[in-house]
Design a protein around this ligand. Structure first.
Ligand code: C6P
Length: 419
């Protein structure tokens, strides 16, 4: 694995050595070396993660918490170690506060169903923001419809920052929960979640943070943030697909009824009723995705090996460089914060009259992968009166040469669509 040596405050970072760890980065697409700039959708996987998954299936594969045999013991041990590793990654101390889910979407649905059904009633209010991914909108709409609660939305300004001055008007004694993302997937805005937690708690409401784009790129400390729920996806942080986590304060989990019923989430089953297993197992009905959870441990080991400061610095430098170069393109409009302190490594843009899908197609012909569309954030698109943007999203394994390839590729778009 590639390295981070830290002799002084600034970590050194050898991007070439890091890239050598990611087999998928070394291929040609449409006759060009791949430039992968769709990391907000999903990250590539280092060899150690791919190997950990294969090795688990080769050696330790057995169902967890069920068998009284050696393989089941090993698998259970590795699965519970993965839980502790995820807790540590999110700055939590109690592994029982981690519920493994398929990803962020399932984690938020779990809260909206299990906590929401028990605690949100007619006349209550749920505060969302227009910056949310559909995964942090639709589950709350479903809950509002079931319960008769009202949804209220915090707006964003023209640079994609939350208009916090509206919070006082939105928050009140009817507010039950505030739901906000840590980092916006479509604009890259880094949101002040600790301040929002304080203000939500001041009125007795809870805070759920959608950490799908936060956990891969920023230091996360659920304790310091003071949130009540934090959701994230493994596949966006070098881990396998199909595994993610919900962190929740233990007393909340203990008070919440189960989300789904099935094997291993019970204590006793009678004909007419059942009692529940202790947390977090109460929320993990059926055979969990233990193989991917175990491989997720390898992903966290890998990221910790590089170190969050090195990851953040590399991504920060990339986004500075990319913004500087992109701004020179004629007819480009870049969305999101203009200052770099509250912008993560995501750049959404439109370019002249080119449809974002055409931009993505032209770039794909040159081996450059970006995303185009509404990015599952239609409320953001509506806020700016557009239907889609093109989006380049960076990871620590991207390089300045790749940014140059992006800019050159967009030069082709300008030639095709330009006057
Ligand atoms: N955003 C993107 O290209 P899942 O699909 O459950 O792993 O993550 C959902 C999700 C929730 N919140 C935010 C802020 C997200 O960015 C995502 C996933 C991807 O932007 C796929 S739409």
């Amino acid at each position: 694995m590639a390295l981070a040596t830290t002799t002084a405050a600034a970590p050194t970072f050898d991007v070439r050595a890091v890239r050598a760890d990611f087999p998928a980065l070394h291929q040609e697409v449409n006759g060009y070396p791949l430039v992968y700039l769709d990391n907000a959708a999903t990250s590539q996987k280092p060899e150690t993660v791919i190997r950990a998954l294969a090795e688990f299936y080769r050696r330790d594969n057995a169902n967890v918490h069920r068998g009284i045999h050696e393989l089941s013991r090993r698998a259970t041990e590795a699965y519970e170690a993965a839980r502790a590793r995820m807790a540590h990654w999110l700055g939590a101390t109690d592994p029982a506060e981690i519920v493994f889910t398929r990803g962020t979407t399932e984690a938020i649905n779990l809260v909206a169903a299990a906590w929401g059904n028990a605690n949100v009633h007619e006349g209550d209010e749920i505060v969302l923001t227009v910056l949310e991914h559909h995964s942090n909108v639709v589950p709350w709409q479903l809950l509002a419809r079931r319960s008769g609660a009202r949804l209220r939305y915090l707006d964003i300004d023209d640079e994609g920052r939350l208009r916090l001055e509206q919070l006082d008007e939105l928050l009140g004694r009817r507010t039950k929960i505030v739901c906000v993302n840590h980092v916006s997937n479509s604009l890259g805005t880094i949101n002040p979640v600790a301040e929002i937690a304080r203000r939500a708690h001041d009125v007795g409401a809870l805070l759920l943070v959608d950490g799908a784009q936060g956990a891969p790129h920023l230091p996360v400390s659920v304790a310091e943030t003071g949130c009540d729920f934090y959701a994230c996806s493994g596949h966006k942080m070098c881990g396998p697909t199909g595994i993610g986590a919900l962190w929740a304060r233990r007393e909340l989990l203990e008070a919440m009824p189960p989300y789904q019923g099935g094997g291993e989430m019970i204590s006793v089953v009678e004909k007419e009723y059942s009692t529940w297993a202790a947390v977090p197992h109460k929320f993990e009905a059926g055979t969990p995705n233990f193989a991917d959870a175990v491989a997720m441990t390898a992903a966290i080991d890998y990221l910790e090996g590089i170190g969050r400061p090195a990851i953040m610095q590399q991504e920060h430098e990339l986004v500075c460089y990319a913004l500087e170069r992109l701004r020179d393109l004629p007819g480009i409009r870049i969305y999101g914060p203009s200052s770099l302190e509250d912008r993560a490594a995501v750049i959404s843009f439109t370019l002249q009259d080119a449809h974002p899908h055409d931009i993505a197609t032209i770039l794909d012909h040159q081996g450059i992968a970006i995303r185009a569309g509404h990015h599952c954030t239609q409320l953001v698109m509506k806020r700016y009166g557009i239907t889609a943007t093109a989006r380049a999203s960076f990871a620590f394994y991207n390089t300045q040469e790749e940014v140059d390839r992006l800019v050159d590729g967009l030069g082709e778009v300008v030639k095709i669509f330009g006057a």
